[in-house]
Design a protein around this ligand. Structure first.
Ligand SMILES: NC(=O)c1ccc[n+]([C@@H]2O[C@H](COP(=O)([O-])OP(=O)(O)OC[C@H]3O[C@@H](n4cnc5c(N)ncnc54)[C@H](O)[C@@H]3O)[C@@H](O)[C@H]2O)c1
Length: 309
C-alpha cells in the first residue's frame, strides 16, 4: 500500500514506520519534529516532509500523492499541556486534523486516527474494562479535542463518505517514548532505574493502567488500514489492569536491582483505575496484542540502558 503517516517521527510513529517498511509498504512521513526525531527512524526506506500538519501545503502533498491510506498520529499529546494551553491544543488537534481530513476526503483514502482512552474519563469500577459503547466523558481538553475529531470523522463519513477508523489507544509504552506524554510512567521508571536514580509514585501505587506495547499498537494500525469493518471506533489495549506497584516489582526483577519507590501525594485529577476492553478490535480488526508486559518492559529497559551509556 502507498501510505501517508503524520507524526511518523514520534514514538508510536517510529514503531509503525519500521513495521510498514519491513512489510514493504511505500511510506511517506510528515512531521514537524516538535517532539519526534529523525533519529527514531531507519536511515532510508521512506520519504520525509519536514512540515506542520496545520500547513495547507500538506493537503497538496496528500492529493498529489494519491495515497491508499493515511494514518494521522501528529498532534499535541499531553493532558497537562492541554489544560494549560487549550488554544494550542485545539490548533494542533482540531485544526491540524481538519487539514488532513480535507485532503483524505479529496483522494478518498481511508483515514486511521489516533484517539485515546482519555475519551472515557474516570470510568466506574463496575464498567471496567470499558467498551466502546460506554459514554464519552473526557476530563481534559486533550480528551475533548480527540473526541471532537472522532465526531468530525463521523460527520465526514455521513456527508462525504469518508472511510475512517478511530483507534482509542490505552497507555502505550516502549522504546523511543519521551518521558512526558500519556503513557510516560514506564519510560520515566525505565530511565530512572537504568541511571540508578530514585523513582516516585504519586499515591500508594495501587492505581492501575492498561499498558500496551507500541509494536502491538503498530500492528493494530496496520490491521485498521485494511479492515472491512471501518467507520467505527476501536479500543487498542490489553484489557488488563496493572498497578504501579506491580510495575516496580517487574522492573526490579528485569533490572536485577532492589527498586524502592518514594511515595508522594496523589496528583489531583488522576484516574484511579483504567482498562479498555479489546474484544471489538479482536473481532473487527482480527488483532490482538502479542507482546507480554514482561517482554515489553525488558525491551524498554534495555533501550534506556543503551541510551544512558
Ligand atoms: N503514547 C500514548 O500512550 C498515547 C495514548 C493515546 C493516544 N496517543 C496518540 O498517539 C499519537 C502519537 O503519540 P506519541 O505517543 O507517539 O507522541 P509523540 O509526541 O512521540 O508523537 C507525535 C509526533 O507528531 C509530531 N507532531 C506534533 N505536532 C505536529 C504538527 N502540528 N505537525 C506535524 N507533526 C507534528 C511530533 O513531532 C511527533 O513526532 C498522538 O496523536 C497521541 O495523542 C498516544
Amino acid at each position: 500500500m502507498k501510505l501517508f503517516i503524520t507524526g511518523g517521527a514520534g514514538f508510536i510513529g517510529s514503531h509503525l514506520v519500521r513495521l510498514l517498511i519491513a512489510e514493504h509498504h511505500d511510506v511517506t512521513v510528515v512531521d514537524n519534529l516538535s517532539t519526534g526525531s529523525l533519529s527514531y527512524l531507519p536511515e532510508s526506506g521512506f520519504s520525509f516532509f519536514h512540515m506542520d500538519v496545520r500547513d495547507v501545503k500538506v493537503r497538496k502533498i496528500i492529493t498529489e500523492g494519491q495515497y491508499d491510506g493515511i494514518v494521522h498520529l501528529a498532534g499535541q499529546t499531553m493532558v497537562g499541556s492541554s489544560i494549560e494551553n487549550p488554544v494550542f491544543d485545539a490548533q494542533e488537534n482540531i485544526i491540524g486534523s481538519l487539514n488532513i481530513l480535507e485532503a483524505a476526503k479529496q483522494i478518498r483514502a481511508r483515514l486511521v486516527f489516533a484517539s485515546t482512552a482519555a475519551a472515557y474519563g474516570d470510568v466506574g469500577i463496575e464498567d471496567l474494562p470499558v467498551t466502546e459503547q460506554h459514554g464519552i466523558a473526557p476530563m481534559s481538553f486533550y480528551g475533548l479535542t480527540k473526541t471532537t475529531v472522532e465526531k468530525y470523522l463521523r460527520l465526514y463519513h455521513m456527508l462525504f463518505s469518508l472511510d475512517y477508523v478511530a483507534l482509542r489507544f490505552a497507555n502505550v509504552y516502549g522504546e523511543r517514548q519521551g518521558d512526558r506524554g500519556e503513557g510516560g510512567v514506564i519510560s520515566i521508571f525505565a530511565k530512572q532505574i537504568a541511571l540508578n536514580r530514585p523513582i516516585t509514585i504519586f499515591g500508594d501505587g495501587t492505581q492501575t493502567r492498561d499498558f500496551i506495547y507500541a509494536g502491538d499498537i503498530a500492528s493494530g494500525i496496520l490491521a485498521a488500514l485494511t479492515t472491512k469493518q471501518s467507520n467505527t471506533e476501536y479500543n487498542l489495549s490489553t484489557g488488563t489492569e496493572t498497578s504501579l506497584n506491580t510495575l516496580v516489582d517487574l522492573f526490579g526483577t528485569i533490572a536485577g536491582k532492589d527498586v524502592r519507590p518514594v511515595f508522594a501525594d496523589k496528583k489531583p485529577g488522576d484516574i484511579y483505575r483504567s482498562a479498555l476492553d479489546n474484544r471489538k478490535a479482536a473481532e473487527g480488526l482480527g488483532w490482538k496484542p502479542e507482546v507480554s508486559l514482561t517482554e515489553g518492559l525488558t525491551r524498554t529497559y534495555e533501550y534506556f540502558c543503551r541510551k544512558s551509556q
